[in-house]
Each structure stands twice: as C-alpha cells, then as structure tokens.
Write a protein that binds this ligand. Structure first.
Ligand code: IPE
Ligand code: IPE
Ligand code: MG
Length: 239
C-alpha cells in the first residue's frame, strides 16, 4: 500500500478516465451493460483505496457529454447504475470521510438523479477526507463555453473590463474552481487521448495510459501509475 512512508511523492490531484468497460464485457461474451456494472463496483473499491494513499482530490470521468450518442439501452443502463451507486455512496464512503461532488451539466439528468446528486453532495459536504469529483455529463469544451458565457455576462453588466479578464476569472467558472490542477491523469483501456476531460486544467498534467481495462484496474495498477509518476521530470516550461 502506497502512502507517505513509501518515499514516493503522492500527487495531490489525480484524474482517471475510466475506460474499457465495454471491451471487458465483450471479451467475456457479455452485454456492455454488464461491463458497466463491474466498472461501477470497481469505482467503489478503487476510490476507497486511493483515499487512503494521501491523494487529496480524485476526479473520475464517468460519463461524457458525448456519451449520449450511445444506444438508448446502454445509456439507460448507465443512468440506472448512477442512481444505484449514488444511493450506496450515501453510506458507503462515510467511514473513509470521502466528500462527493458531481461535476458536469446536471440539467441533462432526470429529476430522480438530480435529487440523488443533491442528497449525496449534501450528506458528505462536511467530511474531511479526500474530495471525490465524479464527472457526469461532463465535457471540458462545454465547461469552458459556460465560463466564457458567464464572463461575457459580467462584461455586459459592467462588472468586468475585457482588458482585465484574467486566468483567475476563467478558472473561477470551471467546475474545478478553487482546486489544484490535476498532477496525474490516468487512462485505462489503452487509448492515448483525453476525450474532452479537463482540457484547460491538464495543461501540465502528467499523462499515464494503461492497457488494463477499467473493471480490472486495482490497487497494484494504481501503485504502478504512482511509481511511473515519480519517474517523471515535471518542468512546467522551465529547465
Ligand atoms: C467507459 O467504458 C465507461 C463510459 C464511457 C461510460 P466504455 O463503455 O467506453 O468501454 P469501451 O471503451 O467501449 O471498452
Ligand atoms: C471517455 O471514454 C469517457 C469516459 C470514460 C466517461 P469514451 O469511451 O467515451 O472515449 P472515446 O469515445 O474512446 O474517445
Ligand atoms: Mg470507451
């Protein structure tokens, strides 16, 4: 188990693109929705483990603004899983003091899911442990667009001078306002792309891709990512 005693630097903020549920199911001759079910179970396990390593913020990509393009039965299965898991999370993460926040466009969800999101955020709001951001109906371009719209409104209302718009203004309207940028972004399932995840925030994130499919990603696979992260030389444009 990784922690401060392992001598490794533990990143403050980790993002994970949880990809590969569909392929995991296909390999076993099962429907994609079963892959999502196992993926959701793994989400609980991995989150609990990471919360014990000293990571302060974990952002998990669960559903993108583009994922609505999938067949209706797959989208419905995912929405049903989100509901079930949000109910479980109300008690599940209590002992680990994990605080849950959903980032993304919540207006895309039905009332029941929106209520559950509100409830899980409320119930966990005073917890002192790791912050878990679950990115659902999240798209970074959509997030940036919403920030631009908010800034334009402030300019129109004479609250902001266009010549004084700062990075802080842009960042204050992102879902991650007030949080450190991700130090490490892990993608399971082997693809080498961000798929619209934290585009602005990942300017200097270390990217780590593993062929392991999300339902198989475990403690050891996470430790490997941290070991690799510790080999990186982060220069941020300097020397
Ligand atoms: C990731 O697994 C979960 C979601 C995008 C909701 P996928 O469903 O994308 O799995 P693959 O990439 O098709 O294997
Ligand atoms: C990215 O996976 C989104 C999530 C893991 C939630 P996708 O499977 O949607 O990404 P692409 O389509 O391969 O880029
Ligand atoms: Mg995928």
């Amino acid at each position: 188990m990784l922690d401060k005693t392992s001598g490794l630097v533990i990143p403050e903020h980790v993002g994970i693109i949880m990809d590969g549920n569909g392929r995991w199911a296909k390999k076993r001759g099962l429907p994609r929705s079963i892959g999502h079910k196992f993926g959701a179970q793994n989400f609980r396990k991995v989150t609990r483990y990471i919360s014990k390593t000293g990571v302060k913020v974990l952002t998990l990509y669960a559903f993108s603004t583009e994922n609505w393009k999938r067949p209706m039965e797959e989208v419905s299965a995912l929405m049903a899983l989100f509901k079930q898991y949000l109910v479980d999370l109300l008690t599940d993460f209590r002992d680990d003091e994990i605080k849950v926040v959903i980032i993304g466009d919540k207006s895309g969800f039905d009332k029941k899911l929106r209520d559950l999101i509100e409830e899980s955020e409320y119930v966990s709001k005073d917890r002192q442990g790791m912050l878990l951001n679950v990115a659902m109906n999240y798209g970074s371009r959509d997030e940036i667009l919403k920030s631009v719209q908010a800034i334009a409104r402030d300019v129109r209302d004479n609250k902001l001078d266009p010549d004084n718009i700062s990075f802080a203004d842009i960042e204050s309207h992102l879902y991650t306002a007030g949080l450190p940028d991700p130090d490490l972004i892990i993608r399971t399932g082997g693809e080498l792309r961000l798929s619209n995840f934290l585009l602005y925030q990942s300017a200097y994130s270390e990217f780590y891709s593993t062929d392991t499919l999300w339902p198989d990603f475990d403690d050891k696979a996470f430790d490997q990512a941290i070991i690799e992260y510790n080999r990186r030389n982060r220069r941020f444009g300097g020397v």
